[in-house]
Write a protein that binds this ligand. Sequence first.
Ligand SMILES: O=P(O)(O)O[C@@H]1C[C@H](O)[C@@H](CO)O1
Ligand SMILES: Nc1nc2[nH]cnc2c(=O)[nH]1
Length: 247
Amino acid sequence: MRIVAFNYRDIPNFPQSTVHGHAGRLVFGTLKGRPCVCMQGRFHLYEGYPIQKITMPMRIFKLLGVETVILTNAAGGLNQDYKVGDIMIIKDHLNMPGFAGNNPLAGPNDERFGVRFPCMSDAYDRELQQMALDVGSELGYSDFLREGVYCVLGGPSFETIAECRMLHKLGADAVGMSTVHEVIVARHCGMRVFALSLITNKAVMNYDSEEKANHEEVLQTGKQRAEQLERLVSTIVTRLEHNNNFA
Ligand SMILES: O=P(O)(O)O[C@@H]1C[C@H](O)[C@@H](CO)O1
Ligand SMILES: Nc1nc2[nH]cnc2c(=O)[nH]1
């Protein structure tokens, strides 16, 4: 298998990864024979990037001919049934920065990519969600595979207890700092989207709790589930090929 990788710093105008654990490389290769491009590290509002810069890779992928985008993230579990290490298939999102006007599509619309007012009620492809459930069940992952609503915040501070309680009441199952901006831009230009959250920590909802969210726990849980996540995603990619829907 041949892989070609580019450091973000060698790609003109590409943002740089500043987060520990994000390697900062764009990797081209094949996954089970299927041509893929993977980002080793994504960009976040808390790094100080304008939201259009964070989502620029989505438009590059569109121009490269990508049809399906698979996004993964680390998130805190708000749903009290969730456990650390659960994998949540994202079925919908709450875009908190968007409520405050920070939407990647704000500003003049570039008609070459999509319409001024794109629909988001179908942001997360339902067929791909079902496929992930089927694949997860075949792989024996059903005990830790969930479906839920992801809420994006700006970060970098983790949430207060009151914020976690509010987000849970609003219908969020998991909270994080990424993904939604990319989803909006990917859908705007017509790519299919599938997204997963790894529940790396439990959001602290109780004033008696001694637990504290921290990035080390996030990285640690990521390492523990890496192999299973990799198998889940690569099997889904294989099914895309077998279904031949997106060639
Ligand atoms: O996968 P992402 O980058 O969304 O991971 C979250 C947000 C921060 O980068 C990090 C905080 O621990 O986890
Ligand atoms: N905002 C937020 N992002 C996270 N990423 C991983 N865990 C968390 C969390 O608890 N909150």
